[in-house]
Design a protein around this ligand. Structure first.
Ligand code: FMN
Length: 185
């Protein structure tokens, strides 16, 4: 499987990027790309779109189109998804009838220092993705008290176990060739 992991934060010490990297390490048997530079994507503007897509938008859309599944890791700002990530999702939702997110399996994760782990942002993001008709995985994870649980050098082993369970259930392995042949026989 080719998996794209998108962090909704560009902060150097970002907890969400740390969680994105942990997810990528958990998916080590897959081809995983981590994106944590959404600040390259300009603000959505219909005039800009009509004049020709900016290169970072084309690249992000292509990366989503090329992926079998996407993991989005969202911070929580004021009880919802930060503008940076919302803006990227707005671009990805266009054109509405042909969005690269349509039908795409997406897993939503979040991390916050709070005891709720950004669960409101995760919930709002799931609603938005559902509106775009992404295939939002029922499984997800919101990491509360993230500075402690993600650790400076190593993550809480229980978190690693929970994350692996969520990702394994939400991203079932692609059928291997020998299984397809067995089914065809
Ligand atoms: C403008 C702003 C609003 C915030 N609002 C919330 C919030 O509603 N809930 C929450 O759990 N954390 C909130 N936080 C704290 C963030 O969870 C925290 O800064 C976190 O580290 C951001 O994610 P990052 O580490 O990936 O950059 C807010 C932070 C900022 C800067």
């Amino acid at each position: 499987m080719r998996i794209l992991v998108i962090s909704g934060s560009t902060r150097r010490e970002s907890l969400n990027t740390r969680l994105a990297r942990l997810a990528a390490a958990t998916l080590a048997h897959d081809t995983v790309t981590v994106v944590n530079d959404l600040d390259r994507v300009p603000y959505y503007n219909g005039d800009v779109e009509a004049a020709g897509l900016p290169a970072p938008v084309v690249e992000l859309r292509q990366a989503v189109a090329d992926a079998d599944a996407v993991v989005i890791v969202t911070p929580e700002y004021n009880g919802t998804v930060p503008g940076l990530l919302g803006n990227a999702v707005d671009w990805l939702s266009r054109p509405p009838e042909n969005s690269v997110l349509r039908g795409k399996r997406v897993v939503v994760l979040s991390a916050s220092p709070s005891r709720y782990g950004g669960i409101r942002a995760a919930s709002h993001l799931r609603t938005v993705l559902g509106h775009i008709r992404a295939d939002v995985a029922p499984q997800g994870l919101s990491v509360a008290r993230a500075p402690q649980r993600l650790g400076d050098s190593s993550a809480d082993p229980d978190l690693v176990t929970d994350l692996a369970k969520v990702l394994n259930e939400a991203l079932p392995p692609a059928p291997r060739e020998e299984n397809i042949l067995a089914l065809a026989a």
